[in-house]
Design a binder for this molecule. Sequence first.
Ligand code: DGL
Length: 273
Amino acid sequence: MSAATRPIGVFDSGVGGLSVLRALRAELPHEQFVYVADSGHAPYGERDDDHVTTRSHAIADYLLGQHQIKALVVACNTATAAAIKTLRAAYPSIPLVGIEPALKPAAAASQTKTVGVMATRGTLQSEKFQALLASLHGQATFVLQPCDGLAIAIEHNDAIKIEALCAEYTGAMGLFGLNSAAMDTLVLGCTHYPFVESVLRRSIGEQVTLLEGGAPVARQTRRLLDAAGLLAPTAAGQSVAPTQFLTTGHVEDLRSAAQRWLQLDTQVGALGV
Ligand code: DGL
């Protein structure tokens, strides 16, 4: 198999990375993807860095060893914050793309210069996030909200819990809207959260700008593949190349999430890494 025809590996602590996969499939329709949901070891955002780093390396090793991936996308803010450095050191020869909360575009987009950030506790406490925040000092006021339990509620599609937690966390953050000093921009700093946008809108209204990182990650993946000469050849007559789905948790959770959010009827394999 030539290097360019190999698949791209994508992983998250669970179903959240499907929001990134959706953008990747749209940006790179000729690429094959192998998606790993580490739901058996989630949530990452409420565990220590060692856990997240160990899991990230185990999955990367598996994807490289068993699927000969040509590139790796870490579709998880928490795993990027904890492990992207050591992953880059361990796999210097493949394009590696991580995701981080979209603070910079949010500061630029905000008119009120007041930006809300919802993310996991792990992401907000990480050195990487704190450095990003410090680099934007003076450009906007950021209201940070750790969202314990929300990723897992989304993982299990628990509508009652999702509704309650979204209302609680947005309520705790303060005023949303276009009035001065209100948050007119909200960063979704966890890849699970784009899937509850409609629930969040019930609390924050329709005018607030929501920012997530899927599309920029997809564009960066294209750039890196292109620079390395690794873009998949365009096969005549092929519309969207196949994606393989694997999970360390419940197969049905990932199968139904892929159907609900990506409109894909797919088989999901159980993974024991
Ligand atoms: N989807 C992950 C992120 O982007 C975190 C979810 C979890 O806590 O496992 O941060």
